[in-house]
Design a protein around this ligand. Structure first.
Ligand code: ACM
Ligand code: ZN
Length: 536
């Protein structure tokens, strides 16, 4: 009897080690999945990947697909095409969207076609996420046609590496996570009151002095400090390595040099750039600080231009983020140089904005002009609307959705990153024992956001370019907590960025995300599991 039971168990085990069907219900959900008549495709070690293009990016796509097939199924393609089964990757100008793709599965062929290698890459991501999440010898792909494209051109995630520094190995893993969710922009927040993290040759003290704080507050505004120096920065070579790693995965890195506020890192290094002349120190606790760059000192403008010149030499992105948020103007009100500059420029309080607010608009516009001469454009947080900003500015709406609506009314492009939906430093649970910044943002809420409702004004439809989730890191230290805060909420944001609103459905997302969660576990990402638990 024991023997029979053992052999039945072995039989079951060997069956479950064989054919398993692919499941095309992935995150983000493709726009259309149509079952077709015809034989299924069987993927096994003999399957060939045929890259019908000499394009280097397409060849890299082929390598990615090979790795993805192996990562969970364990199937290693051996380069032999015994049964003639082939996955063909090819460019096709008829695919409409720059990032769109079409997958056709029938008999001995899977074809992934895109207008660009980028589109083919997203098709590959869909195939990857369709694979079974267990070790198998072969996979059956039912005959189908998937035609897909993103709803928004901009799909981003921000990581604050200034409040806390993250290792290069994590940055790469973070980028891998973005690619898995069809996200195409990594917004890299590199400078803060609590630390300057980007090497700039012309101003070596930015990293020698500005990247180090003497100690860090314990917990949330306790007045107690850990008496432990903290620091870290990215060298130019490392930043270039990140740009390349991301570009290989069709992700643009947009660096942020936050100005004129959140600048204590720089002011500690170069106190002459502040209104009072200092001394200043790199901040040891969180918050908004009154000391910002002096906007009446020509040296400040020179500093900004020189820093931006080195930044654009590293980062090829069309957009450079120059912050603009949370800059108190109290020092400017009392600074003879700032007041003289207001006079010289003839700035007056107007349109409900103070003269100092207009001075900030002037400051941001100067940086924008400098970048525009080099073919780059600025993104700023929604405070930059508190004055007359140049056309060509893109606004990141964070204090809610009004910044985006106002930007669109003024004819400016906007990216929606509202705090009440997309601030991933917020709690995911009501009963929480962790020390985080506050707020309450369960994944359902993140998922439920629709940046452009059907009845939105035409200017909103034209100017809202996409969505972005932000991970600020005052309380987020290290890989495990970062992944806990990121996932599954990044997946929820990614589906809003990719899938048409009418096709979104939270119950379906939950089911699809439950499968993807197995891949997160495979990578060792300790993500929040609340979504997968049955609610009582
Ligand atoms: C921000 O959260 N200060 C943009
Ligand atoms: Zn000043």
């Amino acid at each position: 009897m024991k023997k029979i039971l053992l052999s039945v168990a072995l039989m079951i085990a060997s069956i479950s080690l064989h054919a398993t069907d692919a499941n095309y219900q992935v995150v983000p959900l493709p726009q259309s999945i149509t079952a077709e008549k015809g034989a299924a495709f069987v993927l096994d070690a003999n399957t060939i990947i045929n890259v019908a293009s000499n394009d280097e990016a397409m060849r890299r796509n082929g390598e990615f697909l090979k790795q993805y097939i192996q990562e969970k199924t364990g199937i290693v393609l051996n380069g032999m095409n015994k049964k003639g089964n082939t996955i063909t990757l090819k460019l096709n100008a008829k695919v409409e969207n720059e990032e769109g793709y079409v997958i056709t599965v029938k008999g001995k062929n899977i074809t992934v076609e895109g207008k660009t290698p980028r589109g083919v890459f997203y098709g590959i991501q869909t195939l990857r996420k369709s694979l079974p999440l267990e070790k198998v010898e072969n996979v059956t792909f039912p005959a189908t046609r998937i035609a897909d494209y993103p709803r928004f051109a901009y799909r981003g995630t921000m990581l604050d590496c200034a409040r806390h520094y993250f290792k290069m190995s994590f940055i790469k893993e973070f980028i891998d996570m973005l690619a898995l969710h069809n996200i195409n922009t990594f917004h890299w927040h590199l400078t803060e009151d609590q630390g300057w993290r980007a090497q700039i040759d012309r101003y070596p003290k930015l990293t020698e002095v500005g990247s180090k704080r003497a100690q860090t507050v314990i917990g949330r505004m306790t007045g107690l400090f850990d008496e432990t120096p903290y620091g870290g920065y990215y060298t130019k070579d490392e930043m270039r390595e990140v740009v390349k790693y991301a570009a290989d995965r069709y992700i643009t890195v947009i660096p942020e040099i936050d100005m004129p506020g959140h600048m204590l890192g720089a002011l500690a290094a170069y106190p002459e750039l502040g209104c009072t002349g200092g001394p200043y120190k790199v901040a040891e606790q969180w918050g908004v600080f009154p000391d910002i760059l002096c906007a009446g000192n020509p040296k400040t403008y020179e500093f900004v231009n020189n820093v931006l010149d080195e930044i654009i030499d590293i980062f090829p992105s069309k957009y450079i983020h120059i912050g603009g948020d949370e800059a108190p103007r109290i020092r400017w009100q009392h600074c003879p140089r700032c007041q003289a500059e207001i006079k010289r420029l003839g700035l007056k309080g107007s349109n409900g904005f103070s003269a100092e607010a207009q001075l900030q608009a002037h400051f941001m516009n100067q940086a924008a002009k400098h970048l525009a001469e080099k073919g780059r454009y600025i993104i700023g947080w929604d405070e930059i609307l508190e004055g007359d900003v140049d056309k060509g500015t893109t606004v990141m709406s964070w204090r809610g959705v009004n910044g985006g609506i106002e930007a669109a009314k003024r004819g400016l492009d906007a990216i929606m990153t509202p705090v009440n939906y997309y601030y991933l430093d917020y709690y995911q649970r009501k009963d929480n024992t962790m020390t985080l910044i506050g707020g309450f943002l369960p994944v359902e809420t993140t998922y439920g956001y629709n940046p452009v409702p059907d009845d939105a004004a035409p200017e909103l439809k034209k100017h809202i370019k996409g969505v972005q989730a932000n991970l600020w890191t005052e309380y987020i230290i290290g890989r495990d907590l970062a992944f806990f805060q990121l996932l599954p909420r990044v997946a929820a944001m990614a589906e809003t960025g990719w899938t048409e609103n009418a096709k979104k459905d939270f119950a379906s997302f939950k089911e699809r995300e439950t499968r993807l969660n197995e891949l997160y576990k495979h990578f060792g990402w300790k993500t929040c599991q609340d979504l997968y638990k049955e609610k009582k």
